[in-house]
Design a protein around this ligand. Structure first.
Ligand code: PLP
Ligand code: ZN
Length: 436
């Protein structure tokens, strides 16, 4: 199905000094050092987009050769993400993730109206796919000879898959020995050149940035503003799923703050474009051992805090978040707030989410632990509609799950220990009689 390119309405704009650059220039920072946004000309877009336009695209039935503009939960909103032509789009397709509701979980959290949007049910098992489909499409539009990132997890798994689909070489720089088995397996399986740097994450990041500039390699770390454009579609899907009647709260885990940044921008633009007339509040949840954004928030952002991060939730184990300034803007746009939860709270919340049959990786459970805390503190009212974002799949980090259930957490509330049984029928009968 041919799709005509929308008029060029995007540019790169510095969030600090508002200096702007052409969207097809390879650059990740402003000359002043500020982060860049992909900025849409909202005035020009207003007459082009409407609820009806996006609702009209919901009917695409699965079948052979369906265009991503029809079946992707990202490209459905292409006018306000990246106006690419269909032939250039690199898509699995991604998005269209479910909204779960479960009475036992809602009761435990204390909410009468809790929904979980499961981004771990994206093609490679995390929301990173929504950003990567846009980032790799942009790389293709710019004729990049290779794409690269430094990552300890889901970003590299996603980059490897989308680069493979596009036939572009992927270069992944990882700190040696510091990547979860499931995520490393994906990078290798999808054929990425995987370099184990004898150093830490910051060394890997520094090196990848230097070679990218020297060798014409397109960088797809979270500095890259095109990825954030794709991640906005999580919010667009939520709004559309609620028939453009926004929920009261959207609560998400926060590490590098890319998603926190993308959510605020999505809500701001949706309101400016008349898709919704009010916007939900955002609550960003950090792990206590990796809470630089929470600590800065507590002193009203008077100074920027960085920490040496430590948490079981490796996907949010970030001490110096890249999208810090973009995320502060989100709080302003959405009357948002930041909180932090302990690793014990994260793992107990995860066990509850897993135990009702939904399941997620540790970082994802920070959102549910955060909602529970905010309801207990009276910040979120039990009758308010709350959407928690589950960012990653249960299978990403099996080690954390098995450790929890086999005794690594002395205060674990919901450990489900495996039972050793002799290979004899009497022993099995006795054991079952005790359990049922
Ligand atoms: C990347 C990631 C996060 C953190 O998102 P940021 O945009 O870095 O704040 C949380 N959970 C999972 C599973 C992730 O992959
Ligand atoms: Zn600038």
């Amino acid at each position: 199905m041919p799709v005509t390119n929308a008029p060029t309405t995007i540019s790169l704009q510095c969030i600090r000094c508002q200096n702007s650059y052409p969207a097809d220039e390879v650059r990740y920072l402003c000359d002043c050092g500020g982060l860049l946004d992909v900025w849409h000309d909202l005035e020009a877009l207003r007459p082009q987009v409407s609820r009806g336009l996006f609702d009209g695209r919901l009917s695409g039935a699965p079948g052979p050769r369906v265009a991503p503009t029809v079946n992707s939960g990202v490209w459905r909103y292409r006018e306000i993400i990246l106006p690419a032509t269909v032939g250039n789009i690199v898509s699995r397709p991604e998005g269209n993730t479910p909204l779960y509701e479960h009475p036992r979980l809602s009761k435990w959290v204390g909410s009468a109206c809790l929904f979980l949007k499961h981004e771990g049910e994206n093609p490679t098992g995390s929301f990173k796919d929504r950003g990567m489909t846009v980032g790799v499409t942009q790389a293709k539009l710019m004729d990049a000879r290779a794409v690269a990132c430094a990552s300890t997890g889901n970003t590299s798994a996603s980059l490897a898959a989308y680069a493979a689909l596009a036939g572009i070489p992927a270069l992944i720089f990882i700190p040696a020995g510091k990547i979860a088995a499931g995520k490393l397996a994906q990078a290798l399986a999808y054929g990425a050149h995987t370099f184990q740097i004898q150093g830490d994450f910051d060394d890997a990041m520094q090196l990848v940035r230097q070679v990218s500039n020297e060798m014409g390699i397109y960088l797809l770390n979270s500095l890259n503003p095109f990825r954030l454009e794709g991640q906005k579609s999580i919010v667009f899907e939520i709004l559309q799923g609620f028939h453009w009647q926004p929920p009261d709260w959207i609560v998400l885990p926060a590490g590098n703050l890319g998603n926190t940044a993308a959510f605020g921008k999505a809500l701001y633009e949706a309101q400016q474009l008349g898709l919704v007339d009010r916007i939900p509040r955002i609550a960003a949840v950090q792990a206590k051992g990796a809470s630089p954004f929470y600590q800065s928030y507590q002193n009203n952002f008077a100074q920027r805090t960085t920490v040496k991060a430590q948490t079981v939730a490796t996907a949010i184990r970030i001490g110096n978040p890249v999208s810090y300034e973009r995320a502060i803007r989100t709080l302003g746009w959405t009357n948002g707030l930041v909180t932090a939860v302990s690793d014990e709270e994260i793992m107990d919340a995860k066990a509850m989410i897993d135990g009702v049959g939904i399941g997620c990786e540790p970082a994802s459970a920070a959102s549910v632990a955060g909602i529970r805390q905010l309801i207990a503190n009276g910040v979120i009212k039990p009758e308010e509609t709350v959407i928690g974002i589950l960012t990653g799949n249960l299978l990403k980090d099996p080690t954390a799950t098995v450790d929890y259930h086999t005794g690594a957490w002395p205060d674990a509330q919901f450990a489900n220990r495996p039972v050793q049984v002799a290979a004899e029928i009497e022993a099995v009968r006795e054991m079952l009689a005790q359990r049922l």
